[in-house]
Design a binder for this molecule. Structure first.
Ligand code: TYC
Length: 122
């Protein structure tokens, strides 16, 4: 069981710089390759539906922590309500983890069971 709100990425983000190959003389040499920096793994914050958190609270959370306007926040809240979950935004790993913490803290403080997690974008 994984109790972390942020899942680790499923694939490594480091590429090998060189690989061993056999040259014509039979020696093993390292073939030089330019080091490529991959773009950072991004994380989506996914909010989950429940039967108790008021719709208005979810809308305010989406406006406050995910910079949505009221119309966008309402659409996302309704999608979560109907589908069971929905993406609130996509961020770097640390920012996504902070958003999850902010939502969980606000929900706890208000006495609502609202849950959200961050997960690597495939
Ligand atoms: N289903 C909740 C209700 O009917 C509303 C809700 C929407 C709760 C989205 C959580 O992430 C959520 N009051």
């Amino acid at each position: 069981m994984n109790f972390m709100a942020t899942k680790p990425p499923s694939t490594p983000t480091v590429q090998p710089v060189a690989r061993p190959v056999q040259d014509d003389g039979g020696s093993v040499v390292l073939e030089r390759r330019a080091q490529k920096t991959l773009p950072p793994q991004m994380y989506q914050v996914v909010m989950l539906n429940d039967d108790y958190t008021p719709m208005e609270f979810v809308i305010v959370v989406l406006q406050e922590f995910f910079s949505k306007d009221r119309e966008q926040a309402t659409q996302i809240m309704l999608k979560i309500h109907l589908d069971g979950k929905g993406v609130c935004g996509v961020y770097s790993r640390d920012v996504a983890a902070t958003k999850v913490d902010q939502v969980l803290e606000a929900a706890l403080k208000a006495g609502h069971p609202l849950q959200c997690v961050s997960e690597p974008v495939e």
